[in-house]
Design a protein around this ligand. Structure first.
Ligand code: ZN
Length: 130
C-alpha cells in the first residue's frame, strides 16, 4: 500500500486590481496541507537545518556563528511551516493596467490577499478573492 499525499493542489481564481479601474484575473494553484502534513513538513525542515548545524560543528571558528544560526533558523522554519496551511505552486494573471499575461511572483505561503508587481509595467497590483 502506498502512502497517500496529505496535501492537495487546487486551482482558484482571484481578482487582480491596479491603478486603473479595470480588473484583471489571476489563476493560482494552491497546495493545501492538513495537520499531519504540516507537522511532517515542519519536522523535515527542522531535521535539515539541525543537520546543517551538526555538520557545522566540524568547521573551525565558523562554527561559533553557524551552529547557533542554523539552530535558530531551524526553529523559525519549524514554526513557520506548522502555521502554513497552503503554498502557491503556480500563479498566472493578466495585469489590469497594461494587459500583459504573465507568471506572478508569489510563490510560497499564501494568505487571502497579496501584493504583487507587474513584470511588464512594474506597477503594484493587489490580489484579492474573486
Ligand atoms: Zn502591467
Amino acid at each position: 500500500m502506498t502512502d497517500r499525499p496529505q496535501s492537495a493542489v487546487m486551482e482558484r481564481r482571484y481578482r487582480l486590481t491596479g491603478y486603473s479601474d479595470r480588473e484583471g484575473e489571476a489563476l493560482l494553484q494552491l497546495r493545501s496541507f492538513d495537520s499531519p502534513a504540516r507537522v511532517k513538513r515542519a519536522v523535515a525542515a527542522l531535521a535539515v537545518w539541525w543537520g546543517a548545524a551538526f555538520l557545522s560543528l566540524f568547521i573551525p571558528v565558523a562554527h561559533f556563528l553557524l551552529v547557533p544560526g542554523f539552530l535558530m533558523f531551524g526553529l523559525v522554519t519549524f514554526v513557520r511551516r506548522l502555521k502554513t496551511s497552503a503554498v502557491v505552486v503556480k500563479a498566472r494573471g493578466i495585469c489590469p493596467d497594461c494587459g500583459a499575461e504573465q507568471d506572478l511572483d508569489i510563490l510560497g505561503s499564501w494568505s487571502e490577499s497579496r501584493d504583487v508587481t507587474c513584470r511588464q509595467c512594474h506597477r503594484s497590483l493587489r490580489l484579492t478573492a474573486a
